[in-house]
Design a protein around this ligand. Structure first.
Ligand SMILES: [Zn+2]
Length: 468
């Protein structure tokens, strides 16, 4: 599997000068090659493929001013962005353009039009690990001859660096030096050897997006014939998201009042901070999920469509506000998939037709008088997110011929202000009755609050339900 690691660089003043010069040379080569591509495209409607482009520019001054692994990586990057432009254009022609994309235009130049000046690129790509290396507290890479002479660099440019790679078995592939908010990083891609799947695991689980939840996890425990549902409530996280949006909006209106034009560093930092907070919460949720799956010896997870297309269709406008955000949904999908893959847990996509519209118990259609629960005339009330997740789980279990008897629904909430952790909120139990096939548990009762303790599958002193 492919992973990307961030390496923080600490260049000296001279090294920064070299990096800036390289960024500028990258921009010059990009502009040169992009000019050829654009001219050809506007004349013929065709996109020049990478190999041909390479031959067109390989003898140019711009190409020769860079080490070949940087120049080639740059041309590849340009080719990739032309290819994605062409894909989007095709989607647009068919009217299938994703909602979040508003404009489709060919790759731009790095140029200040008013001053007719080349603007440095933000990225210095490196194609192959043969021209860079990572060592104990350093990152080094090949730079052009003239810069080596100018700055008396003997072999490669060696920059102080810190990083942590959480894998033992990996092979480095391409790298990209980037500058972000005045700090320098290298994003290193690596091919990681997968963890072997253990045969000992025996249980199954499902993962789904919720209405009131960021994610709902349903785990089937064969030994106890029990399904445990973990709801990761999105309410608090939504509050935090809104808090940052408010700060961003306030700052924006301040900028407008003061007549500020162009980009603002503070504004960008606010956005970044907001996004980082949300990503932390999602990552932490991912860790918790993997922990639970390992604890219950889950070998396979049935997964619904996390892009949320189905949810929006079924739930209308009332779907979880945080999940309305395309970026948030994509992050959830990406982080969960990565973490499960790393843990060696299998992922089985499940088609989700009707998973939110029928009762998981009797498969009859359900009514949804309120957003967060569904009512089945035969079986009673159940949390709508629990119903959806269990329906996905049961689709998978049916294949294995497995039966459930009891459901425990654990609610976890993100406490950002105090702990920055997902903490246990309360528990609900549903029972399958022998004769009547009834789902019991007082869902309509206000949930019982239990002291905020962390709850783990292995602990014997699991909080009990009172009054509910
Ligand atoms: Zn029913």
């Amino acid at each position: 599997m492919k992973r990307t690691f961030s390496v923080r660089l600490f260049p000296t003043r001279e090294q920064k000068e070299i990096l800036r010069e390289l960024q500028l040379r990258c921009a010059k080569l990009w502009n040169k090659a992009n000019y050829i591509l654009r001219q050809h495209f506007f004349k013929t409607g065709q996109i020049i493929p990478y190999e041909k482009l390479f031959h067109l520019v390989k003898n140019s001054e711009e190409y020769k001013s860079l080490p070949s692994d940087i120049a080639q990586a740059l041309l590849k990057k340009l080719s990739e962005s032309w290819n994605s432009f062409s894909k989007l254009k095709k989607l647009q022609e068919r009217g299938n353009l994703p909602k979040h994309i508003k404009k489709v235009s060919p790759p731009k130049y790095y140029k200040d039009r008013e001053e007719n000046k080349t603007l440095p690129m933000n990225v210095i790509p490196i194609l192959n690990p043969r021209s860079y290396s990572l060592g104990d507290f350093f990152f080094s890479f090949a730079i052009p001859k003239d810069l080596k002479e100018k700055y008396s660099v003997k072999k490669r440019l060696t920059i102080l660096a810190t990083y942590k790679i959480p894998y033992e078995n990996f092979k480095l592939t391409r790298a990209e030096i980037v500058r972000k908010n005045g700090k320098w990083y290298v994003h290193v891609s690596a091919q990681v050897k997968e963890t072997k799947k253990t045969t000992k695991r025996k249980n199954y689980a499902s993962i789904d997006l919720g209405i009131r939840n960021l994610i709902v996890l349903a785990i089937y425990d064969e030994e106890r014939k029990q399904i445990r549902v973990y709801q990761f409530k999105s309410k608090e996280l939504w509050k935090e998201f809104k808090y940052w949006n408010r700060r961003i909006a306030n700052y924006q209106s301040k900028l407008v009042k003061s007549g500020h034009k162009g980009s603002s560093t503070k504004l960008r930092k606010l956005y970044e901070k907001r996004n980082r907070r949300i990503i932390n919460a999602i990552r932490s949720m991912g860790n918790r999920i993997v922990e639970l799956l390992k604890g219950y010896e889950v070998k396979e997870v049935f997964i619904g469509d996390l892009t949320g297309i189905r949810n929006e269709k079924d739930y209308g406008k009332k779907v979880n506000k945080l999940l309305h955000n395309f970026w948030v949904r994509r992050k959830i999908e990406q982080i969960l998939k990565d973490k499960l893959e790393e843990a060696g847990i299998g992922l089985v996509p499940i088609p989700e037709n009707n998973t939110s519209k029928v009762c998981f118990n009797c498969k009859e259609g359900v009514k949804r008088p309120r957003q967060h629960f569904v009512v089945c005339e035969k079986c009673g009330k159940v949390h709508s997110d629990t119903n959806g997740a269990i329906n996905i789980l049961l689709k998978g279990l049916k294949r294995e011929g497995l039966e459930w008897e009891k459901i425990r629904e654990v609610h976890l909430i993100w406490k950002f202000k105090r702990t920055n952790k997902w903490v246990f909120k309360y528990l609900r139990v549903y029972k399958k009755d022998k004769d009547k096939l009834l789902v019991r548990g007082r869902v309509n009762n206000p949930p019982v609050r239990v002291a905020l303790v962390s709850y783990s599958p292995k602990s014997s002193s699991a909080p009990s339900v009172r009054g509910g």
